[in-house]
Write a protein that binds this ligand. Sequence first.
Ligand code: PLP
Length: 295
Amino acid sequence: MADTVSFLVDPLPVDASPEFFEASFREIEPGSGALAVNDLAPHRGDGVFETLAIVDGHVQEVGPHLARLANSARLTELPEPNLEQWSLVIRRAAERVPNEGEFALKIALSRGVDPGTTPTGWVHVTPGAEFQAARERGIRVVSLDRGVSRGAGDRAPWLLLGAKTLSYAANMAAIREAKRRGADDGLFTSSDGFVLEGPTSSVIARLGDEFVTPPPASGILHGTTQRSIFAYLEGRGRRVAYRDLTLDELRRADAAWLVSSVRMAAPIVELDGAPLAVDLDETAALNAYLLSPRD
Ligand code: PLP
C-alpha cells in the first residue's frame, strides 16, 4: 500500500483487444522523470484530464468521468480513448492505496510527443486534502469576471470551455486572485453578469424550493458532481433546473454551494464580502450522499 501512486499509460486505440490492457501501463516512482520534455502536455497544456475521488476504497462515478474524458477528447480532436483500458488502469491504481480514507485520482491524456501523433497518458493518486472545514463551515467566495459574455462556448468553441483540458493556468490564477482578496475560492461570471462556475467547481443555488445551476451551453464544464446531486435530488422529489442565474439572484439565494468531485459540496457562506444564506442540514445531507459509494 502507498499513499501516492503513479502509473504511466500507453493509451490504446478504441478497438484494441483487452489482452493488451495489462501490459499498456506500468507503475512508476511518483515524481520520477517520466514525461518527455517535448510532450505537448507540459509544453502547451494540450491534453485532457479527469479528477476522481476514492472514498474508502471505492472510486466514485467512474462511468460519468470516463464519459466526460471521451467528450473532452472529442472536443480537442484527440484519438477516442479506450474506456475499458482506462477503467482497468483506474481500478489497478485504486488497489494500490489504502481501503480507508479519501484520495484524489487524476487521469490525463496528452496529445503526446511533438508533433502529437501518439498520445501519452498517466494516472496520479494522492491523499485527499483536508476538506472537512470547507464542507462543514463553508467557503468565502469572490466573483471574478471571466472576460467573456454568456454563450461564448457556442460562439468560440476553440476556447474549449466545455472540455476539461490540461490548460488550467488561468483557473489557478483565478484561485490565487480570490485568495489575494481574502476569500477561499472564486466564482467566474460572464461579462454580462451571469454566474458561470468556479475555477474547479460547479455552482448550485437553491432559490425557494428549486435547485438551479447554469446550463452547460453557457460555456462551462458540465460537472459530474452537479449532475449526481441533481439526480439525487430529483429522486427525492425535489425540483431542479438548468437555467441562467444572475449574480444578483445568487446573492438572494436561500443556499448555494460550489460542488466538485474531491471537495464535494462546499456551502458558500460569503459572496463578495456579504454573507450568504447557509443551510447546514441540506449541506450535511448532500455530503453524506456524495461520500457514499456512487457508480
Ligand atoms: N468546472 C470546472 C472548471 C472544473 O475544473 C471542475 C472540476 O474540476 C468542475 C466544474 C466540477 O466538475 P466535477 O464535479 O466533475 O469535479
